[in-house]
Design a protein around this ligand. Sequence first.
Ligand SMILES: NC(=O)c1ccc[n+]([C@@H]2O[C@H](COP(=O)([O-])OP(=O)(O)OC[C@H]3O[C@@H](n4cnc5c(N)ncnc54)[C@H](OP(=O)(O)O)[C@@H]3O)[C@@H](O)[C@H]2O)c1
Length: 318
Amino acid sequence: MSFTPSSDILGFGRYHVGQAACFGCSRNRLAGTLPQSPSGVFRPCLVIESQYVGNLRKVFMSSTPVALITGSSRGIGRGIALELASLGYGVIVNYVQNEAAARETALAAEKLGTKVLVCQADVSDCDSRSRLVGQSLDFFGRLDVLVNNAGVPVADRVDLMDATEASWDRILNTNLKGPYFLSQLVAREMIRLKGSGIIEKGKIINVSSVSAYATSLNRGEYCVAKAGMSMMTKLFAVRLAEEGIQVFEIRPGVIESDMTAPVRAKYDRLIAKGLSPIRRWGMPSDVAKSVAAIVQDYLPFSTGEVINVDGGFHIRQL
Ligand SMILES: NC(=O)c1ccc[n+]([C@@H]2O[C@H](COP(=O)([O-])OP(=O)(O)OC[C@H]3O[C@@H](n4cnc5c(N)ncnc54)[C@H](OP(=O)(O)O)[C@@H]3O)[C@@H](O)[C@H]2O)c1
C-alpha cells in the first residue's frame, strides 16, 4: 500500500505503509521509472508504519501553503508562479498545450527551493478542471490560493459587426466559464480544508484586464469575458467572505507576453504617446507583485477589491 499526497513536501519520492523495505521502488529505481520531480531529481522513498499514517499526513499536509496558478507555463502566469515560489509556496503549474514551457516554469520554481506539480488541464473543460483540482490535492493535500490567470486572446481581431459565435464561445468558455466554475470547485475544497483545520484561510485571485471596462471594437467578446470576470469577483467575494476566503480582481494593462507580441509595434507607439501615465510596458513581475501583496495578507480587510496594474491607464484625464 502506498500514498502519494504531498510526498514531495519533505523530498521523498513516495511513502510506503506497513512494509519492512521498499522493494517496489528498488525495482523501479533500477528500471529508471521512480517518481521524479520535473527537474528529474531522484527522490528516495520513506517506509512508515500504518498506525502513523494519519499523523504524518497531517504534518506533511500542513507544512507549506500551496497555490494553483492556471496558465502558468508562460507570461503573466509564469511570473506569478515564480513570485509565489520565492515566497515559499508549493505551486501547481498548469498549462493547456505547451508542456515544454510548463516544465521550464517548474524548473525555475524548483530552483527557488519549492515543490512543484505540473498539470495539463484545459480550464474551459469541466472534466479537466476536476482532474486539475483532484491532482493538486492528491499531490499537496491542501490548496490555499487559486489564481485564475489562464486566458486566450481572440484569434482574429475583426470588427464587432463581423465577430463570430465560434469566437465568442471560445473566449467566453476559457476566459469566463472556466474561472467561474474552477472558483466554485476550489472554494468548496477550501471550505472543506478549512473545516478540517488543514488551511487557515483561502484566497482567489482573478486576472482580468483593462478590457473589463475599456472598449475594443475588434475584440468585443474578450471585453465581455473580462467584464464578466469583474462581476464574478464581486459575487464570489460576497459569498465566500463568511467562509474566510478573500476574492480579488487584478486588472493588468499592457503587459509584455506572448499574448501581446503580435501587437508589439502598435503598443510601442501608443505607450510612447502616453497611453498610460507611466510610459513603459508592464512586465509579468509587475502583476506578480500585486499577487504577492494579497497572499502575504497586506489587504486583510478587503475583498472584491480591484487592483489596477496598468501604469495608471485607468485614470481619466482632462
Ligand atoms: N498580456 C497582457 O497585456 C494582458 C493584459 C491584461 C490581461 N491579461 C490577461 O492575463 C492572463 C495571462 O495573459 P498572458 O499575457 O500571460 O498570456 P500568454 O502569454 O498567452 O499565456 C497564456 C497562458 O494561459 C494558458 N492557457 C490558455 N488557454 C488555456 C486553457 N484553456 N486552459 C489552461 N491554460 C490555458 C497558456 O498555456 P499554454 O502555454 O499551454 O498555451 C499560457 O500558460 C490572461 O487571462 C490575459 O487575458 C493579459
